[in-house]
Design a protein around this ligand. Structure first.
Ligand SMILES: Cc1ncc(COP(=O)(O)O)c(C=O)c1O
Length: 442
């Protein structure tokens, strides 16, 4: 390795400057998350993150699937800078400003479905989910909400009431919102009802239709079903198309609204603008955040004119849709529409193919799945039992970091491969070669 290469690791990790910062962090910063390894980012550009000691890492995480256009894309930086010089904040509750309107005009027509849409802007994914829940309850006059096991929708109390991916996220915070019920998702690699995905008839939905509807959640009292078209935190689980088809039929039959949480799967990550498009899924409410503004905080809730009707003063957010984030989102959209969505599809296929080749070599890879650049490498103790290899995942994440590859986990034991959408085939090859070495050593 030499200095011009990426990755380039020239100190023990974390290096001395990072170590010193970690000491201060331990003293002063809320310790609410155990990290898999200690990467202290100083700066980043494109696919490369540089730590405080000058070590350079190849980024297969993009924050957590956020920096869609790569780090500090010059067009995004320029949009942020020029907006910051002009207008940083002017609250959207009592006032107006052009960037928010421009972004709504661009976003609304992109949402799946033919109806004319409107957009509500917030700051974060969880806030978008809260807004969608409020809208669904307001417009249906119903209270109950159904979400899926394995789903992650955020950590504010309303969103957390839906979240059911890891008990650690909920432990200690009860009681949650009443009238929230959970049903199965089509996590086909480990089918929750023991079916063979090749021949199943989405029996996983019987919990909703046969049990919940007939016992504690009559469908006429359900305002909305909230679903990630591809589960994120739950392990990048890609459902059978029939699952979302049947869910749609059920919802339409009973006047239940469908809320698609595309906070992680949206904005080009799966090789289409929204993951819903892969399945012909047309939710009533679409919730977006993460990749939308290349790292600037903003979320968007998109729904039809007919649905997006609040009582005057009935909802709002001081910072929601702030001008600088809107400018970053507009620049992000230009780049996505200018080729990055296609790149995600093309390099995503290439990368998934290479990871599948790794699976032929390493017994510990149970499955490689995903769409576009939303790929999971599911590590197992045994391919027959598919028992998650939790400790191995920890080891692999740490070892990859030491070799200069930034990876995160998702699900019980998956490696989450979610690089920026600017990734090239050459970047993919470098990442896969590192992973190959790490898996061989592990
Ligand atoms: C699918 C999904 N929904 C909601 C959220 C919550 O978003 P935020 O952390 O911005 O509140 C996340 C974040 O990981 C997510 O992946």
């Amino acid at each position: 390795m030499n200095e011009s290469q990426v990755p380039w690791i020239h100190t023990p990790l974390p290096g001395p400057k990072a170590q010193a910062l970690l000491e201060r962090e331990k003293t002063w910063v809320s310790q609410n998350y155990v990290k898999d390894y200690q990467l202290v980012a100083d700066k980043a550009e494109g696919m490369v993150v540089t730590d405080m000691d000058g070590n350079r890492f190849l980024d297969f995480a993009a924050g957590i699937a956020v920096c869609a256009t790569g780090h500090c894309h010059p067009k995004v930086v320029e949009a942020i800078q020029s907006q910051a010089e002009r207008l940083i904040h002017f609250c959207n509750i009592p006032f107006y400003y052009p960037k928010l309107v421009e972004l709504a005009e661009r976003l609304a027509p992109l949402a799946p479905g033919d109806s004319k849409k409107r957009v509500y802007f917030g700051n974060s994914g969880a806030e978008g989910i809260e807004s969608a829940l409020k809208l669904a309850r307001l417009r249906t006059g119903r209270q109950k909400i159904v979400a899926c096991f394995g789903g992650f929708h955020g950590r504010t109390v309303g969103a957390l009431s839906l979240t059911a991916s890891k008990s650690a996220q909920r432990m200690g915070y009860a009681p949650f919102l009443p009238e929230v019920h959970h049903t199965h998702f089509a996590t086909c690699y480990r089918c929750p009802v023991g079916c063979d995905p090749e021949s199943c008839e989405v029996e996983c939905l019987e919990l909703l239709e046969k049990t919940l509807f007939n016992t504690i959640a009559p469908p006429e009292e359900i305002a909305a079903i909230v679903v990630e078209p591809i589960q994120g935190e739950g392990g990048y689980a890609v459902p059978k198309r029939e699952f979302l088809d049947r869910l749609t039929e059920i919802a339409r039959e009973h006047g239940i609204l469908l809320i698609a949480d595309e906070i992680q799967s949206g904005f080009g990550r799966t090789g289409k603008m929204f993951a819903s498009e892969h399945f012909g899924f047309e939710p009533d409410i679409l919730v977006l955040a993460k990749g939308i503004a290349s790292g600037m905080p903003i979320s968007a809730v998109v729904a039809s004119d007919e649905l997006m009707q609040w009582r005057s003063g009935g909802h709002g957010s001081t910072f929601g849709g702030n001008p600088v984030s809107c400018a970053a989102a507009l620049a992000t959209l230009d780049l996505l529409e200018g080729g990055l969505v296609e790149n995600a599809a093309r390099v995503g296929d290439y990368l998934k193919g290479k990871l599948k080749e790794l699976a032929e070599k390493h017994e510990c890879i149970g499955q490689v799945r995903g769409l576009g650049l939303m790929i999971a490498v599911d590590l197992v103790k045994d391919r027959k039992t598919r028992e998650p290899a939790v400790e191995l995942r920890k080891k692999v994440l740490r070892a990859a970091f030491e070799k200069g590859l930034v990876l995160l986990g998702c699900g019980a034991s998956c490696l989450r491969v979610a690089p920026p959408l600017i990734i090239t085939e050459q970047d993919a090859d470098i990442g896969v070669a590192i992973l190959d070495g790490v898996l061989t050593d592990a």
